[in-house]
Design a binder for this molecule. Structure first.
Ligand SMILES: [Zn+2]
Length: 93
C-alpha cells in the first residue's frame, strides 16, 4: 500500500481538463506519480469485557492489558482505543 496526499492530488486533477477517454487515463498516471507520504496507519480498537464481566481485552489482538488497566492505546498491538474502526473515518474529518 502507498499513502498519498489526496487533497493535493485532487487539486492537481481539478487543474486539468479531461475530455476524451484517453484523457482520463491521465488520472491514473497522476495517481501513480503522486508522491507517497510518510505516515503510519492507526489501528482503532476498543476494550471489550470478557463474558465473565471482569477481564478487559483488546478488540483487535484479543490480549488482556497488564493489570487490567484500560489504557488509551493497547500495550500489545498499539491500537488506539477509541471505539474501533467505525470511528476512524470520523477522526480524519
Ligand atoms: Zn491490542
Amino acid at each position: 500500500m502507498r499513502l498519498i496526499d489526496a487533497d493535493k492530488l485532487i487539486d492537481e486533477i481539478n487543474d486539468e481538463e479531461f475530455d476524451t477517454h484517453e484523457d482520463y487515463n491521465k488520472i491514473f498516471d497522476m495517481v501513480d506519480d503522486a508522491p507517497t507520504v510518510d505516515a503510519e496507519l492507526v489501528e482503532h480498537g476498543e476494550w471489550l469485557i470478557c463474558s465473565d464481566g471482569y477481564y478487559p481485552y483488546c478488540s483487535k489482538c484479543k490480549n488482556e492489558p497488564q493489570g487490567r488497566v484500560m489504557t488509551d492505546y493497547c500495550p500489545n498491538c498499539g491500537a488506539k482505543m477509541d471505539g474501533g474502526d467505525e470511528n476512524a473515518e470520523k477522526e480524519s474529518n
